[in-house]
Design a protein around this ligand. Structure first.
Ligand SMILES: [Zn+2]
Length: 330
């Protein structure tokens, strides 16, 4: 028996199988056995290949890549001492801690008790915060106004500031707060503060029976004039033309989200960044919540860096890592 050109099987010169004309042949028993074994082998490798491919696909489907912040750097009381400069730390999520010479304050602090899984640790616990001159909340969502964090910090915080609406929530939650209209300004220590416009009324798109109407002014951003320069924290907002006509800030604390419906989206983020082409941007709202399929939280700074003027000014801080504010040369 021999195999000829791989498509004919012959025995003693007699053709027993031709793969092209598919004629029926009565195979000898040993050939039948050999063919059965070969078919079993083929089946085995087919199953092996298919299952490993399916496994690889299911891993890809459940483990979509998400950009993750650098490892958290813990800090403590030493970060709250008065100094000769203005230092900014990202608290993870959307929160920032600013120590401006003799004035210490937080924006949108969330330091525990969140209802989604997280990729990172918070850089400080509320009980480790020795004192704050103020806490600012941009809007009512629990990644910005954390009731438990604000309550935990209320005994060491002199003042809470937000919009008129969020102030009403804070008072109901037992927090002594002050509500402000958009454009209103006031002073905390050596820092002048002004509320800036934001558009984040996503609740109106998901009405529930009896739900209030969310209006412009329920959410805000904050502008800070410190002795060492200006800082703008626009808050969560759909892209608005107003956002590209601000005075040039020395630093932007940017809620970076690629969701275009209720946040800036990538295109809006590029427009805001490029409107102030020399201003550094510290990114928050990304890389902290474990939400690869939820675009409000899964932004990738590399996508922004690839599209902005002077990409080196996109600052990727680890939660807790200090950054010293510098005035821009104007
Ligand atoms: Zn948010």
């Amino acid at each position: 028996m021999f195999y000829q050109n791989s498509f004919e099987i012959r025995k003693n010169g007699k053709r027993i199988r031709n793969l092209y004309n598919n004629q029926k042949i009565n195979f000898p028993n040993f050939v039948k056995l050999k063919l059965k074994l070969m078919n079993l082998l083929k089946l085995f490798f087919f199953v092996l290949l298919t299952s490993s491919t399916l496994n690889a696909q299911s891993v890809l489907n459940t483990k979509k890549e998400q950009a993750k912040a650098p490892a958290t750097i813990q800090f403590g009381k030493e970060a709250f001492k008065s100094s000769t400069s203005t230092t900014i730390r990202w608290l993870g999520m959307a929160g920032f801690f600013i120590n401006s010479r003799n004035t210490q304050f937080m924006i949108d602090p969330l330091l525990g008790g969140y209802d989604l899984p997280l990729l990172m640790d918070f850089p400080i616990k509320p009980k480790e915060v020795p004192q704050l001159d103020a806490i600012f909340a941009t809007h009512s969502d629990n990644d910005h106004y954390s009731v438990s964090t604000c309550q935990d910090l209320s005994s060491v915080t002199k003042e809470f500031h937000s919009t008129i609406f969020v102030d009403s929530l804070m008072r109901n939650d037992g927090i002594k707060s002050v509500g402000h209209y958009i454009g209103e300004s006031f002073q905390v220590g050596d820092v002048f503060v002004r509320l800036t416009l934001a558009d984040h009324a996503w609740q109106n798109n998901f009405p529930k029976p009896g739900q209030r109407y969310y209006s412009p002014g329920d959410a805000c951003g904050f502008w800070f004039d410190t002795p060492d320069g200006s800082i703008w924290a626009p808050g969560d907002s759909k892209f608005m033309q107003e956002q590209v006509h601000m005075p040039t800030p020395d630093l932007i604390l940017f809620d970076y989200s690629e969701d275009p419906d209720f946040h800036s989206g990538l295109d809006g983020a590029i427009k805001i960044a490029n409107a102030y082409p020399n201003t550094p941007l510290i990114l928050g709202h990304w890389g902290f919540v474990d939400a690869p399929d939820f675009n409000p939280f899964n932004g990738d700074p590399d996508r922004l860096k690839s599209k902005v003027i002077n990409p080196e000014r996109i600052i990727i801080l680890a939660p807790g890592q200090p950054y010293i504010l510098k005035k821009l040369k104007k």
